[in-house]
Write a protein that binds this ligand. Sequence first.
Ligand SMILES: N[C@@H](CCC(=O)N[C@@H](CSO)C(=O)NCC(=O)O)C(=O)O
Length: 220
Amino acid sequence: MGVMKVYGVARYMNVARVIVCLEEVAGDYQVVPVDFAFGEHKTPAHLARNPLGLIPAFEDGDLMIFESRTISKYVLRKYKSSDTDDLLRENNLTESTMVDQWLDVEAHHYDPIVCPISYNAFVLPKIGGIGDQKLIDTNLEKLKTVLEVYEAQLSKTKYLAGDFVSLADLSHFPATYYFMATPYADLFDNYPHVKAWWENLMTRPSLKKAAAGMFPKRNK
Ligand SMILES: N[C@@H](CCC(=O)N[C@@H](CSO)C(=O)NCC(=O)O)C(=O)O
């Protein structure tokens, strides 16, 4: 098995999602720097890896793929073992369907709301930019509605797809990690089951390892 390559920068949210999964399976990987801050993601070399001109892209032997959740599922399918958690539950139709459902919720209803808050309220100021406060405020209101749904679900099951941790949970890491570094982190205090779920997820070594490669929460 050759070294897997993640093309991107570990501190960017969609790259961090892939790194979490590689760490979950103790994958042998390297991060090959492609930084959109310098326009590298629009070069012909990277467009050949990801025709959308985005990061990450991912290479494993003859395979070159893109889209972080697809890469995550590939890694978990190929490299899962008796030593790793079954994060896709593909031996059980109902469980795997619940994983799919909550991964869709994360991709289509959570990430599009939280990412802009995290980017505008934490990442942009970190790199010398100025966040869009109107966008932040609008998305915070949308987030409250989504967190009500999460609170209801997590008052019934320990994790989103059931009483088992899955990719659906871990896929929330990147945007939520940076959200917790914004001035709005205490919003989660209003949703105790969601807060407990997040704090429990953050005890996982894979998330701590991915966090180590991300923007530090405070200037050291
Ligand atoms: N659905 C895709 C999103 C990739 C993406 O937006 N990547 C960002 C950086 S990581 O947050 C990116 O490449 N932005 C550069 C741009 O938008 O031009 C995925 O999950 O891989």
